[in-house]
Ligand binder design. Structure first.
Ligand SMILES: [Zn+2]
Length: 220
């Protein structure tokens, strides 16, 4: 990027800092550095089967769950959820009414856990096809959102629809498009979905920004 194009050295001084969505949420129910539901699964070494203990480990900057028998350290890191915001030719967004928990019956963008043998783009395209019957091409990143309570990070790609047709699937009770003004905010399943959809509306339809909901009123 040229100096002229960027208006100076260093990071763009005119650009507002990114919002740390959820960053001030208290980490309620965390145990040994993990959400309680996840800490409850950290009992035995996955390498040798001996009991894990949580505490100081040489060379580590924070306490860890480690195996006293073989020395294995059970690192705990969030998993990536890959999602898309499929946009129709007329600028509507395709959402699905979830047919599975969490968030059964509420609306969300298509997405799911990235598999270890796929790229983020391939995973987002696969999940969108599985859940909606639509073939999409991601065109830009709308945002990246942390939910420590769920031990996930969610990426949302604005995507164009290049094939397929909206289909009810085992994971979706309903698949339909919404004008940006008509997104059913009170019935959106997750904070991360509210954040991604509001960021999408804000960037794609700046004139609608004032009508967006306050952030962060749901779990997940
Ligand atoms: Zn072990």
């Amino acid at each position: 990027m040229t100096r002229e194009g960027r208006g100076g050295d260093g990071a763009d001084a005119a650009r507002p800092a990114l919002t740390d969505h959820g960053g001030r949420d208290p980490l309620l129910g965390f145990v040994d550095g993990a959400p309680g539901w996840l800490a409850a699964t950290m009992n035995f070494c996955s390498r040798c089967g001996a009991r894990l203990t949580f505490g100081r480990v040489d060379g580590e900057h924070r306490h860890r769950a480690a195996c006293g028998s073989c020395g294995f350290i059970a690192y705990l890191n969030p998993r990536l959820v890959v999602t898309t915001i499929p946009v129709t030719d007329d600028g509507s967004v395709v959402l699905l009414r979830r047919g599975i928990e969490p968030g059964y019956g509420a609306w969300a963008q298509p997405g799911g856990f990235l598999e270890a043998d796929e790229t983020v783009i391939a995973g987002a395209v696969r999940e969108t096809l599985e859940e909606t019957g639509l073939i999409v091409e991601p065109v830009r990143i709308v945002g990246l959102y942390s939910r420590p309570q769920a031990a996930i990070v969610v990426v949302a790609f604005e995507s164009r629809i290049v094939g397929g047709s909206p289909t009810v699937t085992p994971e979706a009770l309903e698949v339909r498009s919404f004008r940006p003004q008509a997104i059913p905010w009170p019935d959106v399943a997750f904070d991360t979905s509210v954040w991604a959809l509001t960021d999408w509306v804000r960037s794609a339809y700046p004139h609608l920004a004032d009508a967006l909901p306050a952030r962060g009123s749901h779990d997940g």
